[in-house]
Design a protein around this ligand. Structure first.
Ligand code: RVP
Length: 500
């Protein structure tokens, strides 16, 4: 007969935190959210830490280079999705590593032979109103001029008017030399009272734009997650099928950490993949594995050499694995058991392996619960999919702005490698859905609020760090009736409150 585990499988919603003593020193400003990303030995420091304990999911609809740049600039990390051709994924990694705060590779480029109609179409499509005019219409072509919305009158000028006839020609442009610092670029912008500075190389080829507004933004990112060369950190998802071809390309592109992406990671395939990395690169290349939901799964991947281990099966907002395959576990229960196994492993071996709670976070306080229950950091898809920086389309549905969000196990993603149990190279049945999430604006604005809430809850618990939170937090279970008590109840809500 099967082993029956009588403990009920529970989710974050079934728990609350009980406040501890808040000392006067315990203010939101004093709290550190720094957390280890990869394993380390007792008494030593991890090679990579996050400044905020959040990573974005390995998904087509969440983590591209744009998201990775935005999140790393705010202290977290993205794992660029692996369900794409190797070269395209490596290119996304490269783009993040090449990113220099304030130096923007132009995404809107035309040639002098294009017309005003092309300018308007490009502006509509990309949202950018500053256009580089280059000899070949590419971002690295020879700079011949620049167009901004001050150069034409859409209602009056003919749509056929050539770009060369209304652009600001190169001779009249103030430019910066490739290699200048952001401060120097900003000085040129100020001294010349311009809004945009094109930066060119010795062949007059376009490298970047520096925008006046970005300089101020840069100063607002104290949490930026940087490597020793001051480049942003970035991760990448891999699978257990083409890893031998994919990993070398990602490493060449400068990836900082890999993660095997699978809905069920308790497998010999994962052991083999980790083994490949350790044999070929030693400790220089970091690799996370998962997902698991119990101590057996954790111990297996820990012994295999994983640098961190991801927890969670079937709790993702777009995930229907539990319905389709009948495997999984309530996220809170899974996390609590794996965290215990991790602590026991640490006591036994002196090696601390960070664990990541993956999926199922709905409220911001769930993040604090997950950290208190033993997670070192959290992976989220739905949360990040709502922002401007996610790769999907923003649409108007039923009078509200939404963004598209689809699972890696949906037919749309066609990520059969993530669900493969051997056999033909195809997705046998769907384990994910295609959906919309409410559009929420800029990542930074939302993250600032979320981090503010996390810190405020930590103050209530009397914890100045995530490590301390794990030690002092008191967690209680809630009954379904007390969940009703937790919301607004027995009052008639005003119209405005009901909508929000
Ligand atoms: P959520 O944050 O609740 O949206 O969950 C995101 C997680 O869901 C991912 O990190 C991944 O583990 C899981 N996922 C991704 N695709 C699918 C699927 O199609 N079933 N599940």
């Amino acid at each position: 007969m099967a082993q029956i585990i009588n403990d009920i499988s529970r989710t974050f919603n079934e728990y609350l935190l009980i406040p501890g003593l808040t000392t006067k020193e315990c203010t939101p400003g004093a709290i550190s959210l720094k957390t280890p990303l990869v394993k380390f030995r007792k008494g030593e420091r991890p090679d990579i830490s996050l400044n905020v304990p959040l990573v974005s999911a390995i998904m087509q609809s969440v983590s591209d280079s744009n998201m990775a740049i935005a999140l790393a600039r705010n202290g977290g990390l993205s794992f660029i999705f692996g369900s794409q051709p190797i070269e395209e994924q490596a290119e996304m990694v490269r783009k993040v590593k090449k990113f220099k705060a304030g130096f923007v590779v132009s995404d809107a480029n035309l040639t002098p032979e294009h017309t005003l109609a092309d300018v308007l179409e490009l502006k509509e499509r990309t949202g950018f109103s500053t256009i580089a005019v280059t000899h070949n219409g590419k971002a690295d072509g020879r700079l011949l001029g620049m167009v901004t919305s001050r150069d034409y009158r859409p209602g009056k000028d003919s749509q056929d008017k050539k770009v060369r006839d209304f652009m600001t020609p190169f001779e009249k442009l103030i430019t910066g030399k490739h290699g200048i610092s952001l401060e120097e670029a900003n000085d040129i912008i100020w001294d010349n009272k311009i809004n945009t500075l094109p930066v060119i190389d010795e062949n007059q080829c376009m490298k970047y734009f520096v925008f006046r507004k970005d300089y101020d933004n840069h100063k607002n990112n104290p949490n930026e997650l940087l490597d020793t060369h001051k480049r942003l950190l970035v991760g990448a998802g891999i699978n257990t099928r083409d890893y031998a071809a994919r990993i070398p390309r990602l490493v060449e592109a400068g990836v900082d950490v890999l993660c095997i992406d699978s809905s069920d990671g308790f497998s010999e395939y994962q052991k083999e993949t980790i083994g490949f990395v350790k044999e070929n690169y030693g400790p220089d290349v970091k690799i996370g594995a998962g997902n698991v939901v119990d101590a057996d799964g954790f111990n297996y991947l820990a012994e295999a050499g994983a640098d961190f281990i991801k927890v969670g099966i079937g709790g993702g907002s777009i995930c229907i694995t539990r319905e389709q395959k009948g495997i999984g576990r309530g996220q809170a229960t899974a996390l609590i058991e794996v965290a215990k196994a991790r602590d026991a492993y640490y006591a036994r071996t002196g090696e601390y392996i960070p664990i990541c709670s993956d999926g199922g976070i709905v409220q911001d306080y769930h993040m604090v619960l997950a950290l208190a229950m033993g997670a070192d950091f959290l992976m989220m898809g739905r949360y990040f999919a709502r922002f401007d920086e996610s790769p999907t389309k923003k649409l108007m549905v039923g009078g509200n702005y939404v963004k598209e969000y689809w699972g890696e196990g949906s037919n749309r993603a066609r990520n059969w490698q993530r669900y493969d149990m051997g056999g033909n190279a195809s997705l046998k049945f769907e384990e994910g859905v295609d959906s919309y999430v409410p559009y929420a604006g800029k990542l930074k604005d939302n993250l600032d609020i979320t981090l503010g809430k996390i810190k405020s809850t930590m103050c209530s618990c009397g914890a100045l760090s995530i490590q301390e939170l794990k030690q002092v937090a008191k967690i209680t279970m809630v009954s379904s009736t007390s969940i009703i008590e937790g919301g607004a109840h027995d009052v008639i809500l005003k119209e405005t409150q009901r909508d929000s």
